[in-house]
Design a protein around this ligand. Structure first.
Ligand SMILES: C[S@@+](CC[C@H](N)C(=O)[O-])C[C@H]1O[C@@H](n2cnc3c(N)ncnc32)[C@H](O)[C@@H]1O
Length: 283
């Protein structure tokens, strides 16, 4: 007998995704069905005898097919949460990672401690970093730059969604190409995966996320080298340069910073105990 109510479709979805070796099959089937029905998680269980309409059934089956083919849930439903804020995402934008929250929390603390007023986010993508800073640090003015027109479109919509449009300037720029001001903080989560490593990534990353958000060149350091060597033209004295980094890049990036006379070079770990953020000060 084919499934008809919420309970039956939920268990069908879980079974289908499990068979397709989706590790997070249970939560994924729940999130997809919650989205189709516009239900909360509680409703999914209290209204489990609700019979799905034809339209709801069709949409859920389409969602399950996409997930079966490893499309990330966030792209299927078009949204995700970051720093307790809601963001739209699509295949022009990297899905913001919880590791990046470490970088944003570091920046927020530093902005508050040093009374910083201006922030430049290079490679803003969905706007996750810029928008979170604008939201949690009401006295800052943020510039969000990206080379991708489509990512910037999404970031602008996300700024509206989070009511911070007035506090952020969006600029299409190849790194510093179109940047003309100086800032108290420059922050970036640039593409940092070695070009050769991309083919070894999980299918949900390499087949769906934009390569331009991942590829950091042959040594993974292209963007760090470029930003570190050019940023003094755009950073105020005593300003900070903050990077998200790959777990194995701390030594090389710290060396690049020290060669350019940055001080107070510090590495911060993520919740898994891996190196994740490198911070430094321009004296
Ligand atoms: C790893 S993603 C980070 C996205 C977002 N900041 C986040 O943390 O979720 C890197 C971003 O850098 C952008 N990017 C790639 N090359 C760039 C360039 N030459 N200049 C500016 N941005 C670039 C990509 O479009 C992408 O949005």
């Amino acid at each position: 007998m084919s499934p008809s109510n919420v309970k039956e479709w939920l268990s069908y979805g879980k079974m289908l995704l499990k068979k397709s070796e989706i590790e997070s099959y249970s939560i994924d089937a729940e999130v997809l069905l919650m989205t189709v029905l516009n239900f909360t998680k509680t409703e999914l269980f209290t209204k489990d005898s609700h019979i799905l309409s034809e339209e709801e059934t069709e949409k859920y089956i389409k969602f399950l097919e996409k997930r079966k083919n490893f499309m990330p849930v966030q792209y299927i439903i078009g949204k995700c949460e970051f720093m307790s804020l809601d963001f739209n995402v699509n295949q022009s934008t990297l899905i913001p990672r919880c590791d990046t929250e470490i970088l944003v929390e570091y920046a927020i603390n530093s902005i508050k401690k040093n009374k910083f007023k201006t922030v430049l986010d290079i490679g803003t993508g969905s706007g996750a970093i810029a928008i979170s800073i604008a939201h949690y640090c009401p006295n800052t003015k943020v510039t969000a730059a990206d080379i991708s027109e489509n990512a910037l479109k999404t970031a602008k919509k996300n700024a509206e969604k989070n009511a911070v449009s007035q506090k952020i300037d969006f600029i299409k720029s190849d790194i510093f190409e179109n940047i003309t001001s100086k800032y108290d903080i420059i922050i970036s989560n640039p593409p940092y995966i070695k070009s050769d490593t991309i083919k070894t990534l999980m299918p949900q990353v390499k087949e769906y996320e934009p390569i331009s958000a991942l590829d950091g060149g042959s040594d993974g350091l292209y963007f760090y080298k470029k930003i570190i060597s050019e940023c003094k033209n755009y950073l105020n004295k005593n300003g900070e340069l903050l990077f998200e980094i790959g777990y194995d890049q701390s030594l090389e990036i710290s060396k690049l910073l020290s060669e350019k006379n940055f001080t107070e070079i510090k590495t911060t770990k993520d919740y898994a105990g891996l190196d994740r953020v490198v911070s430094s000060v321009y004296k």
